[in-house]
Design a binder for this molecule. Structure first.
Ligand code: SAH
Length: 370
């Protein structure tokens, strides 16, 4: 046992409670404001090492270095796609890997983050859940994805939006997700507006109500994927336990209590849920609501039997919803070349391990470009 002590990973300062680092400073005779300086260096000045925090005493920087890590993860892969999408595969201290994405479009700079290693929901078409859930990410590991991606932006550019749509079921890790988002949205963090943040969930009614009760302005997106109980049971196995009605009721509750219009996500799978019948049934479900439908043409996953819908089916599906007065949009696929859909990069990196095709792995580096 003793021998493993020295190998234990240092805790990341991004995992610490706001008061915790101050306490650590105080115990060592340093003033509390140094803790705020450290945080400012990371969030404002993009420091990725304690060493560069030049207004802290060298001794303090060394003490920090000895007991804390700044980022807990390493960049295992950095993929860049021609459409301006960056994807990072981050390796946690326990060797587990998670992915996160930065998308640039017009004035928008959107990051997409993961909340768990793997996923326990088992949606049949999704790459993230193929091997189940391994663990929740810590608060710091969630914050770190955002900060690392922000650090890829040219100096002076800011992130404008954050979507929690990476690997994992976001609301299954609500206890770490909320402090992470709160930090990102705080003035001491990145100062992002809560209304610029969207949390996507498979639809866990109790957690959706809990989220409504904590009184934030985060947007909620619910992965519906089917307008009927029978079809949803097939595509989203957790639905057998939860039920479509309970998901929709909890979404209505979220809208009533937060005033934030809920988005219903709908992955279009060719020949499975992309027909006229499903579009009409979805319109029945949504037309009376002040909700939004986001249609997501399926991004094929190697080894899974699902296909992208025909362009014509997507157009027809959208037209039916629109014709019934439902607010609807089609999600643009960004970063398809770099497997920018949940769990796809990690999976590809695992299957390609050791035989990395340079075409496929655009850039493999040990630390983010400065
Ligand atoms: N667990 C959360 C976050 C998942 S990722 C949730 O279920 O919402 C965000 C969205 O991408 C979900 O709607 C998910 O079902 C969808 N998705 C997963 N794999 C996909 C794929 N291969 N192509 C398109 N969308 C996918």
């Amino acid at each position: 046992m003793m021998s493993t002590v020295g190998l234990a990973a240092k805790r990341s300062v991004l995992d610490a409670d706001p008061g915790e680092l101050e306490g650590w400073m105080a115990e060592r005779g340093y003033r509390a404001y140094h803790a705020r300086q450290v945080i400012r260096w990371i969030f404002e000045r993009r420091a990725d090492r304690f060493e560069v925090m030049s207004d802290l005493a060298k001794r303090l920087r060394e003490a920090l270095e000895a007991e804390w890590s700044l980022f807990a993860t390493k960049v295992a892969l950095h993929h860049v796609s021609p459409d301006g999408t960056d994807k990072l595969l981050l390796e946690c201290p326990d060797g587990r890997r998670v992915e996160c994405v930065l998308m640039a479009e017009d004035a928008r700079r959107t990051v997409c983050v993961s909340t768990q290693v793997g996923c326990g929901m088992g949606c049949v078409f999704c790459a993230s859940g193929l091997k189940g859930v391994e663990r929740n990410l810590t608060r710091g590991e969630i914050v770190e994805q955002v900060v690392r991606l922000r650090n890829l932006l040219p100096e002076g550019e800011r992130l404008t939006n954050l979507v929690v749509m990476g690997m994992g079921e976001s609301l299954a890790n609500l206890d770490n997700l909320i402090p992470a988002l709160d930090r990102i949205c705080s003035v001491e963090g990145l100062g992002m507006g809560q209304r610029r943040v969207t949390i996507s969930t498979v639809g866990l009614p109790e957690k959706m109500r809990k989220l409504a009760a904590i009184d934030r302005q985060y947007n909620l997106a619910v992965s519906l994927h089917a307008p009927t109980e029978a079809l949803r049971d097939k595509l989203v196995p957790i639905n057998k336990k939860v039920g479509l009605r309970a998901v929709v009721d909890a979404a209505d509750h979220y809208f009533r209590s937060s005033g934030r219009r809920v988005t219903f996500e709908y992955v279009l799978l060719r020949g499975i849920n992309d027909g006229e019948g499903e579009a009409k049934a979805l319109a029945d479900l949504l037309e009376a609501k002040k909700a939004h439908a986001n249609l997501i043409p399926y991004n094929p996953v190697e080894g899974l039997p699902f296909e992208r819908p025909k362009a014509e089916a997507v157009r027809r599906f959208e037209a039916i919803l629109r014709g019934r007065g439902v607010s609807v949009s089609i999600r643009k696929t960004k970063g398809r070349e770099i497997d920018a859909a949940c769990g796809q990069l990690r999976r590809r990196a695992e299957t390609a391990e050791g035989v990395a095709d340079p075409q496929d792995l655009v850039m493999a580096i040990g630390s983010p470009p400065s």
